[in-house]
Ligand binder design. Sequence first.
Ligand code: GLN
Length: 193
Amino acid sequence: NPRVGVLALQGDVREHVRILTALGAEAVLVRRPAELATVAGLVLPGGESSVIDKLARAFGLRVPIREAIAGGLPVYGTCAGMILLADRIVDGIDGQQTFGGLDVTVRRNAFGSQVDSFEADLDVPALGDPPVRAVFIRAPVVEKLGPGAEALATLADGRVVAVAQGRLMATSFHPEMSGEDRFHRRLLDIVTA
Ligand code: GLN
C-alpha cells in the first residue's frame, strides 16, 4: 500500500484521509519534515492558502516540500492546495508565498463575494464519464498556463479549474467533498507507476 501524505497544518485534512484510506492507501498526516520524508505522494488540502503557507514556514516544511516537488514527488492540490502549487499567484495576501511547481498563474478567490460557493458538473476528459460533481468554495482559477501545464477541465465560460503537469495535479474545487475519488485514484496511479 502506497504511503501518501496529507499536509495537515490547516484545512480539510480528514476528507482527504478518508478517500485515500478508502482507496487502499496508507494516509499519513504530514506536519514535519521527518513525516514528509516517508511518503510516496502528497495531498495539499483545501483551507486558507496564506495560513498554510505561514504554518509551513513555521514548521520548517516549506523548503523540504519545494525540494520534494523538484525531486518528482507526486502531489495533488485542491483549492488552497492549487494556490500553493502555483508558480505565480494574483491577489495573495501578506506577502504570501507558494511552494510552486505548476507553471501557472492562479487567482485567489476568483469568483468574488457574490458567488462564494457553488457546484457544477464538469467534464474532465482525462477521467472519462460521468462528469465530476465539483464543489467550489471561495475558489481560485488558473488565469494563465505556461507551456508545460495542461488544462484538465474548464468551466462553461472557459476558465481553467483543473490542471496537470508531470506528477503534479491541482483542482480549484473539492472532489473530496462530493464523494468524487477519481482525482485521488489518478494520484495513486502516478505514485505506483
Ligand atoms: N480562498 C482560499 C485561499 O485563498 C481557498 C479556499 C478553499 O480552499 N476552499 O486559500
